[in-house]
Structure formats: structure tokens, C-alpha cells
Design a binder for this molecule. Structure first.
Ligand code: NAG
Ligand code: NAG
Length: 259
């Protein structure tokens, strides 16, 4: 492009915002609701990018974990949650709290034994109940992140609920945790975990787009954000462009082995 052409282009850019302002009367969240509005608001490029995102399936990350395993807490708090905050448009997260627990049936009821003791079973159950009662990742992931990133996972339930899901009362969660619903939900998580192929050998156990391999696992543990950007098939969101944030490598021990 010659200098005059550049200048002309610059003038054209310079001249349009005034017109756009007068024609664009829609608030930003409606800019892509029709072609006319997108044009009037000069959001056509932005809307094309949004449409491209919707056209490609999101990268799916399933996390099989247990509430008190330090490596699970580290991965969830330092990798998965921040990556989801930045890339939620292109990322489908599934949380399955159960991990290396074991179940047995006695007198018609399921009983659970957890690697880090009864408190871990309680934490798993609370999180399974939050997932069920809140139903939407946008609502329950912040509560679970808040619990897992604090000093006392189980003790953090109430303060985390108050901040991130005040519409759900502690009584509702407690009723689920202590009732049949909680043990049904945990039994479902046990079945999903036991159905893993290959079977899990440790947690956190990460499944990317339906697959678990040692290579995918270590890429995810080292730099999940970069991995999601690289795997996404559509137009990458702006967060993926430029310098990708470097993530600290996990400090050992970075897994909880299945016994
Ligand atoms: C997200 O993943 C779950 C399985 O983990 C799947 O059932 C669901 O359809 C996926 N959602 C999208 C939008 O791809
Ligand atoms: C919480 O429990 C109360 C009383 O059992 C019930 O009426 C209400 O619908 C529950 N709320 C939720 C969000 O489950």
C-alpha cells in the first residue's frame, strides 16, 4: 500500500465513527443480533469472529479428581479455572469429583471410602451436590474454585456460597450431602470414573476431547491455556493471540496415585 492509499484509508476510518454513532443505537450485547445492527455498529468483523467460534465445537476438558488431593487442587485452581475464565467461549469443562475413592453397598445404601479420609468424601459430595443443584458451570465452577483454592476445602463451603451463589442456601446443600440425593450423585460419579478407558491410575486424571494419553496429560498439567488455544479448530479468540501466558510448572508431588 502506497503512502497516499494509507492516508486515504486512515481518513476513511477517521470519518466513519461519527456516522456509526448516530446509526448504532443498540447496546454492545445486541450488536451481533442482526446484520443491519452489526453494520450500523461497525461490528461486522467482531460478529464474524463470534459466529466462527460458535461453528467449531469447543475443546472438551474433563477433570476426574478428588477434593483433598493437593495436585487436583493445584491443577483446578492454577490451570483449569483461570483458563476457563479466559477461554470459556471455546472450552467445555466437566468436573467429576470422586477420584481414587471406592464404593460398597451395605443394607441397600452406598458407602464411600476416600483416599484422604472422610473429610474428602464430604468435600466430593458437597461439590457433586453443587454441580447438581446449580446446574450451570457458570454458577458452580466459581464456588468449587473458591473451595479448592482456600485453606479449608470443606470449611469454605459457606463463605464461598455466600459470595458466588447466594441464591443457594447452605441448608439445600446440606440436605443433598446428607440425603439419598448425595449418595446417588456420588454413585454416578463412581460409575463414570470406573468406566474410564484406559482406567485411571492417579488423579488429577485429565481427558481431552474424549481421550486420555500421557502426552495430553502432561501438556495439560504444564500449560493448559496454550493447549486449549492450540487444539481449538475455529478462529481463535483474542486471548489466544500474541504471547501466551507462561504457567509455572507444578511442584511435586503432582499426582495422587491410585492404591
Ligand atoms: C460438553 O461435554 C459434555 C461431556 O463431557 C457433552 O455431553 C456436551 O455435549 C458438551 N457440550 C458442548 C457444547 O460441546
Ligand atoms: C431449598 O430448600 C427449600 C426447602 O426445602 C426448597 O423450597 C427450595 O426450593 C430449595 N432451593 C433450591 C435452589 O434447591
Amino acid at each position: 500500500m502506497g503512502p497516499w492509499l494509507l492516508l486515504a484509508a486512515a481518513c476513511a476510518l477517521w470519518a466513519t465513527p461519527g456516522e456509526a454513532h448516530s446509526a448504532c443505537r443498540a447496546p454492545p450485547h445486541l450488536w451481533c443480533s442482526s446484520k443491519e445492527i452489526a453494520q450500523a455498529c461497525q461490528a461486522e468483523q467482531l460478529c464474524a469472529r463470534k459466529a466462527a467460534h460458535r461453528a467449531s465445537p469447543p475443546v472438551s476438558v474433563q477433570l476426574y479428581y478428588e477434593s483433598l488431593c493437593p495436585a487436583c487442587r493445584g491443577f483446578l485452581s492454577n490451570q483449569l479455572f483461570p483458563t476457563w475464565v479466559m477461554l470459556n467461549e471455546i472450552l467445555n469443562v466437566t468436573l467429576v469429583p470422586y477420584g481414587n475413592a471406592q464404593e460398597r453397598k451395605a443394607e441397600g445404601k452406598w458407602h464411600f471410602d476416600c483416599q484422604h479420609g472422610q473429610e474428602e468424601c464430604q468435600g466430593n459430595m458437597m461439590e457433586a451436590c453443587l454441580i447438581h443443584l446449580l446446574g450451570d458451570l457458570d454458577l458452580y465452577f466459581p464456588v468449587i474454585f473458591c473451595m479448592e483454592s482456600g485453606s479449608d476445602v470443606v470449611g469454605n463451603l459457606l463463605p464461598c456460597l455466600k459470595v458466588y451463589a447466594p441464591e443457594l442456601s447452605l441448608a439445600n446443600v446440606t440436605a443433598c450431602v446428607n440425603g439419598d440425593l448425595g449418595s446417588q450423585l456420588m454413585h454416578q460419579n463412581a460409575q463414570r470414573t470406573d468406566a474410564l478407558k484406559p482406567p485411571h491410575k492417579y488423579v488429577p486424571w485429565i481427558v481431552i476431547n474424549g481421550k486420555h494419553t500421557e502426552v495430553l496429560q502432561s501438556l495439560a498439567m504444564e500449560a493448559l491455556f496454550r493447549m486449549v488455544c492450540n487444539l481449538y479448530q475455529g478462529e481463535p479468540p483474542s486471548a489466544c493471540q500474541g504471547q501466551l501466558p507462561a504457567t509455572p510448572s507444578p511442584s511435586p508431588p503432582n499426582i495422587c496415585l491410585r492404591s
